[in-house]
Ligand binder design. Sequence first.
Ligand code: BG6
Length: 481
Amino acid sequence: MKDLFPKDFFWGGAVAANQFEGAYLEDGKGESTQDHVSAAAFNKTRQVYENIEKDVYFPAHDGIDFYHNYKEDIKLFAEMGFKMFRFSIAWSRIFPTGVEDTPNEAGLKFYDNVFAELKKYNMEPLVTISHYESPFYLTKKYNGWYGREVINHFSRYCEVLFERYKNDVKYWITFNEINCLTLDIKAFQGGSILYNEKGDAVQPKEIPEYMRYQALHHQFVTSAKVVKLAHEINSNFKVGCMLAYICQYPLTCKPEDMMLSNEAMQLRNYLCGDVHVRGYYPSFAKAYYKENDINIKVEDGDEQILKDGTVDFCAFSYYQSICVSTDPNEERIQGNILDGIKNPYVESSDWGWQIDPVGLRWSAHQLYDRYQVPLIIAENGLGANDILEEDRTIKDPYRIDYLRSHIKEIGKAISEGVDILGYTWWGPIDIVSLGTGEMKKRYGFIYVDRDNEGKGTLKRYKKQSFEWYKKVIASNGNDLD
Ligand code: BG6
């Protein structure tokens, strides 16, 4: 099938500030929450530190040094023909502690320069305002998003961005994968919450559930407030939400498995999607909160704010599908954000994530049927253990296979009526893994010479997939050979 993709389809790539910028405290930047997270070994959990310890390696401090290489890196993206580049702004570069009255000019200037570079190559920016980080000071002062005060600080940060970049950016995303706050492991990454009820600094899993949902409520209110603000500042702005689409099939057609899958899809995906797109909490969320004694504080006026600030599009990440089952003895597998039951019909990546391109088409249908707003596939990708050969080449046919199979399914979804604006591959250049902090887990079309301990020249090398993606973009998705 040919010509499935619209002419103005946004092909591109996506990254996040704390996984690639580096330049940790440069030009007035403050400490960010992710600057406090250590690296971990293969599939192990990263630790959160209250203080920056000298003998601990924090990979966000250097990233891949995009801060000093942005011109060269964007040039490489342009060479592949990118039409869109998704990246996040580091809040602590603009407001080092989050509470200042005046923004840090040097931080704003850095992003001026990035936008100018993108404009040079006609690349549309897709800006994530919050990608798993906040100024660390807000964690110390308010326990991150658990504190309602953060709503105003974030709104001020957004106002500064919207005013400053009103002629540079059209597409904005408020919170990356906001629904991750429904998961215990993400209390710090998603909500910047470090302290338990007693005020002790603890690892994310020890934060009580109600605190996560309170923080989530604050993010919902903030997101809705800034969507409204964005439209007031520039009526051409398009502001979207972003979900980690956690695709959970029932392992069998046993009615109880079907119901389990339904409940899991509601709680993990649609709670957040519904609030963002429809503007109110769904009834299943209220029932879940009641059943689990989650008493969150909702202030007068919050419901109206949610109604008035619904989003223009829905962005989502999709890496894999998992299964759910009522049988506790089924084999479990690793996953992005959430692990699950093994699906006997699909293969897995080096990191154990199941590879299911049809699941991407299915997910796009589910979201579009439910919300009827344009979609952006803001993340999709394969983390693999690439080898830099002696002749400085990198052969990654497995990445090409992954891409090909997923792009085919996107084309089919579009031909079946799903409105998809763009596809930004996760990590078009190798970056630090969010989950483990490893460099060894590579997603890029561009290899970066850096290892798990932070050693290496940081030199960039094109992989085999570089030319392949370039060809796909040039043919607007027609040449997938
Ligand atoms: C997404 C995040 O969940 O998964 C990214 O938005 C992250 O920040 C990506 O990098 C891939 O996960 P990982 O753990 O392989 O880096």
